[in-house]
Design a protein around this ligand. Structure first.
Ligand code: DGL
Length: 259
């Protein structure tokens, strides 16, 4: 594996751009191939087997066509369904996954009540159940599946994003910093940071929003460093690919990453 090779990053759509934003800030010299599987989205409402097959096919394709030196699964749903299989299928390849940041949230909450906004697929997965079980007794996690929200963000439909956020934050319970209220909200789908302003407005200033971009970027740097795979000189570039509309992906990358 050579340090000059690019890093592959994939998601079901534009959500992984929230992870790519953090990766570019942490690793400005690196080249990235960003793959959006918008032609097969949303992952969160498909069965696990389908998501697994897509993840394996995308990883194989990125390895074969681009000889990527590392893979970032910038999707909570695909990580829950397939990260283990991806590591088995590509033993020499560093694979970094993304999971809802409930561990940092458990450390932050004072009321010991945390809302976890994520896809149905993520919240129903065995991987998420194990993660929550590992924190038993530290906080109560209110799971809030948000069907349709990733698709509304993908379609850049501000009105629908707002009405779904209103519905799902309403379903979660009372937010605030008084005893019994939820004081910490985990954005457990990589699309949701692009609706962070709406969540913030609806939840109020006392509630902390937790997302995963920065820790994932730091973990990616650590893995590359350990293996001597950091690209010595930049600046790095981003190459976009998709099974959906390239124009829509380019517009999202320009809006959110200034690309
Ligand atoms: N962005 C993805 C995640 O982090 C999934 C969105 C979807 O396709 O449902 O879970």
């Amino acid at each position: 594996m050579q340090p000059e090779r690019p890093i592959g990053v994939f998601d079901s759509g534009v959500g992984g751009l929230s992870i790519l934003r953090a990766l570019r800030a942490e690793l400005p010299a690196e080249d990235f191939i960003y793959f959006s599987d918008a032609g097969h989205a949303p992952y969160g409402e498909k069965d696990e087997r389908f998501v697994r097959e897509r993840a394996l096919a995308i990883a194989r394709d990125l390895v074969e066509r681009h000889a990527i030196k590392a893979l970032v699964v910038a999707c909570n749903t695909a990580t829950a369904a397939a990260v283990q299989l991806l590591r088995e299928a590509h033993p020499g390849l560093p694979v970094v996954g993304v999971e809802p940041a409930i561990k940092p949230a458990a450390a932050l909450t004072r009321t010991h009540r945390v809302a976890v906004f994520a896809t149905r697929g993520t919240l129903a997965s065995a991987k998420y159940a194990a993660l929550e079980a590992s924190l038993a007794g530290q906080a109560e996690f209110v799971r809030v599946p948000c069907p349709g929200l990733a698709a509304a963000i993908e379609a850049d439909d501000a009105q629908r994003v707002r009405s779904l956020c209103e519905r799902y934050t309403g379903e979660a319970g009372r937010f605030g910093d008084a005893p019994g209220e939820i004081d910490t909200a985990v954005l457990g789908c990589t699309h949701y940071p692009f609706a962070a302003a709406v969540f913030r407005e609806l939840l109020g200033p006392a509630v902390r929003l937790v997302e995963t971009g920065e820790p994932v970027a730091r973990q990616s740097r650590r893995l590359l460093e350990e293996r001597g795979l950091l690209r010595p000189r930049g600046p790095g570039a981003v190459h976009l690919e998709t099974t959906g509309s390239l124009t829509a992906l380019q517009a999202a990358a320009s809006r959110w990453l200034g690309l």
